[in-house]
Design a protein around this ligand. Structure first.
Ligand SMILES: Nc1ncnc2c1ncn2[C@@H]1O[C@H](COP(=O)(O)OP(=O)(O)OP(=O)(O)O)[C@@H](O)[C@H]1O
Ligand SMILES: [Zn+2]
Length: 776
């Protein structure tokens, strides 16, 4: 029997070393409690038989386990194969899964009659290391295995193989009767075979002209694969000459790649130090080592991917396979299929690329590893950086983490010897780090209704006079974050939600950034009916732009946020204009903060540094440090030195002082001490149990009952229940319990035990978030 893709029997599933290691436990009961809503009642009839092969099939549905079927084919399909099988009233496509021997032993005693699999697909089975990773990730995140598998099977029908498309290719013959229309079609077809529609529109003729050319001998019908293969990266192509530091780091990583073992490796270097070139060298090394090896580069934001794809193309002479939410259905299928075949060797993508069906993944790079965007907050809640490290640990390949401001988690992993680290000490080509200063807004107050302090205005003036570019950073979309009635004090909120409506003046609407609700700005207060009493409070980027345009009428000013530039293409246009020096002042949210290289940008002004510090989030200071380092790091990346001015009302806050003095290590040390004292991650484990219900009284009862059911355990502390900072969202009220444990406690096992003791309450949903980041 072939077990080409099967898991080795008796493998120690916990042998891989990460800080995420958890013990295997049966989670079925708990998962039924959590996800019972989604379990179809009519499951496959499980009764007995013993002819044919018995195989377990996991479906991409929120189910905790695989189900047994019979397979009548001569060969037992290997683990990872895609199959179609009857499930309840439907036929569902699932994946052959390792069977749970304990479960099977129990069932053996019963008389059984299993249903048969309908079809085994011809597609490449999922690799053993991916199957193993899905099992592990389900246990770690406490989501059902089937929900994890669904993340791999997001692309509909990809495993069915290509449905060939008809295209028309030029034969090279000229038909006897030529017309200008026919001439144009043949010219269009001369480059590559295309569909009738494509040729017709390229030539500006009807499809009838195209089809007519087949009969006339000028065109030939051919079948083409709708998912063209990716061009292989050119691994012999020389990258740029690396600096001494870069070469040292690249060699360090290359030795680990050579040894073919897992290591988490931090590439630590200030913004602009050339980390990207170092990990490109690592990608080249990993792909050169094995002709079938594949590599994945993860980026936190899709705004970054477009320019990045080009940078990769320049380096390797071929565009990588892209993966992000803006791809069309056809593009997604192409990447998925080509990755599954092993044909796409280099993938650049957002966090969900981690779940692509790589048959031979040998390296993952997590760029900007500290970035909060790696945490997926909807559906299955996971942190892509943590899962990437676990994926590498289990499959035995290195995972590179690049950052100028590594997360405390990663720094502690390095300090405690779990990860390796290499540093790049300065900026590439000796470009200077920007000179950062704080503007104390208590001393340097802007005029009423204005947001830019006299000092910052003076610096912008100077910059304009020497034709250098300025970035004004404010991490707030729209015109004003709060709309208030001057007469009765009413604050405009979204219906059924405790979220403030944000004014967007370009569209003259009030918008909720949490629910997506929007309405035209009313002229009358909905409560006291006063006319024209609604006032905008506080600034968003649009309001700062208004002030800038008033102050510098001759400057070329642009605003960039996810509203002003929806989609990566439009965003790209503004970023390109900035790069080309066609913008004098760019006013932007964090979309412009990361990864970009604007050679003539020499001044960065942070409009409100206090924004991220408000609220009781445990990572607030860390995030502020990271974001502001990143933003100020945009200044002076080329020949001209840069400077950054940070406006704040809290000039004494230690995080801002550390930022101004560039003392990252002092900041991290203070931050580490604070977290250690409180036993928060990375010095302890944390999980959030979120309860939600439209019925506030039921929610209260459920939360308190759950609190009361919490088992006493050494090293475990339960905090709450407390209302979420935004208590009501879209008519649903939310409460939260936090579980904080010592690091040596098996957090997942504790949660399983707790949930077992909790009686489900109708109408109240429970969600778990292991190592929560967002406290909204
Ligand atoms: N060895 C090299 N030869 C030539 N140019 C280089 C080299 N290394 C880096 N550069 C250039 O220096 C600039 C900064 O490099 P890079 O983008 O790799 O830095 P980074 O550390 O990834 O920065 P950030 O953290 O800000 O994203 C880029 O324009 C890059 O092309
Ligand atoms: Zn009012």
């Amino acid at each position: 029997m072939r077990f080409a893709h099967g898991l080795p029997v008796g493998r120690d599933r916990n042998s891989a070393e990460t800080d995420l290691g958890i013990k295997r436990t049966s989670m079925n009961k708990m998962q039924q409690l959590l996800y019972s809503d989604d379990t179809p009642d009519a499951l496959a009839t499980k009764t007995a038989d013993d002819t044919g092969h018995r195989v377990s099939v996991l479906f991409p549905l929120p189910l905790p386990k695989a189900y047994d079927y019979l397979c009548d084919s001569a060969d037992k399909p290997p683990i990872g194969s895609f199959v179609a099988a009857p499930f309840g009233p439907r036929e569902v496509v699932g994946v052959v899964w390792p069977s749970d021997d304990g479960e099977r032993a129990k069932k053996k005693s019963k008389v059984q009659k299993l249903k048969s699999i309908n079809q085994v697909y011809d597609a490449q089975p999922l690799a053993a290391d991916l199957v193993d990773f899905i099992d592990w990730a389900a246990e770690y995140t406490m989501y059902p295995k089937g929900a994890m598998l669904r993340m791999v099977m997001r692309v509909k029908d990809a495993f069915e193989g290509p449905r060939m498309q008809t295209a028309f290719a030029a034969t090279g013959e000229k038909p006897a009767r030529m017309t200008p229309q026919r001439e144009a079609v043949l010219a269009a077809a001369s480059t590559a075979p295309q569909s009738a529609g494509q040729l017709a529109s390229a030539a500006g003729v009807s499809e009838a002209v195209v089809r007519g050319l087949v009969g006339a001998g000028g065109l030939l019908k051919v079948d083409v694969d709708p998912d063209p293969p990716f061009i292989a990266p050119d691994l012999l192509r020389a990258g740029p000459m690396l600096s001494g530091d870069q070469q040292y780091a690249a060699d360090f990583v290359a030795t680990i790649i050579e040894r073919d073992e897992h290591k988490g490796i931090l590439i630590d270097g200030v913004t602009g130090s050339g980390k990207t070139e170092v990990y490109f060298a690592a990608v080249a090394a990993a792909l050169s080592k094995d002709p079938d090896a594949q590599a994945l580069i993860l980026l936190p934001e899709i705004a970054l991917t477009l320019p990045f794809l080009e940078r990769v193309e320049e380096r390797f002479g071929a565009a990588p396979a892209p993966w992000h939410s803006e791809l069309t259905g056809a593009q997604r299928r192409r990447t998925w299929r080509r990755v599954a075949e092993g044909q796409a060797r280099l993938v650049v993508g957002a966090r969900s690329a981690l779940f692509l069906p790589f048959p031979k993944l040998k390296l993952i790079v997590v760029d900007e590893e500290h970035d909060g965007a790696y945490k997926q907050e909807e559906g299955v809640i996971y942190h892509a950086r943590d899962l990437a490290v676990a994926r590498g640990a289990r499959a035995g390949f290195p995972v590179l983490l690049a950052s100028a401001t590594p997360s405390l988690e990663t720094v502690v992993n390095v300090d405690e010897g779990r990860y390796e680290a290499v540093g790049l000490s300065g900026r590439f080509n000796d470009a200077q780090m920007p000179d950062i200063s704080l503007i104390d807004m208590r001393d340097d107050t802007p005029d009423a209704g204005k947001w830019l302090s006299p000092k910052l205005v003076e610096e912008v003036d100077k910059n304009l006079s020497v034709n250098e570019q300025t970035l004004l950073f404010l991490n707030r979309r729209g015109y004003a974050p709060l709309t208030l009635c001057r007469r009765c004090g009413h604050k405009m909120t979204a219906p059924g939600s405790d979220t403030m409506l944000v004014e967007h003046r370009f569209e003259n609407r009030l918008v909720c950034h949490h629910t997506g609700f929007s309405m035209p700005k009313p002229s009358v207060c909905p409560v006291c009916k006063a006319v024209d009493s609604l006032t905008a409070c506080g600034p968003g980027v649009e309001r700062v732009a208004e002030e800038a345009k008033e102050r510098w009428p001759n400057a070329r000013i642009e605003v960039l946020s996810s509203d002003t530039a929806p989609g990566p293409q439009t965003m790209r246009a503004v970023l390109d204009a900035m790069k080309a020096g066609e913008i004098d002042i760019l006013i932007a949210t964090q979309v412009a903060a990361k990864g970009h290289h604007f050679p003539n940008l020499t001044l960065v002004g942070v409009v409100d540094a206090d924004l991220g510090l408000a609220g009781g989030d445990l990572r607030a200071a860390e995030r502020t440090y990271q974001l502001l380092s990143q933003v100020t790091g945009r200044a002076g990346r080329a020949e001209k030195p840069g400077r950054a001015m940070i406006q704040t009302y809290q000039a004494d806050a230690s995080v801002l002082k550390a930022l101004a003095s560039g003392d990252r290590d002092a900041f991290l040390a203070a931050e580490a001490m604070g977290r250690q004292e409180l036993g928060f991650p990375p010095y302890g484990r944390l999980a959030a149990v979120m309860l939600r219900s439209p019925d506030e009284a039921a929610l209260d009862r459920a939360a308190n009952a759950m609190r009361a059911a919490a088992p006493l355990a050494d090293g475990v502390e339960i905090l709450g229940p407390a209302r979420a900072p935004i208590y009501r969202l879209r008519g649903i009220a939310r409460m939260r319990l936090l579980v904080k444990t010592r690091r040596n406690v098996n957090l997942q096992a504790y949660l399983i035990d707790w949930l077992k003791r909790t009686k489900p309450q109708s109408g109240v949903r429970i969600t778990l978030d292991i190592n929560p980041y967002s406290f909204m």
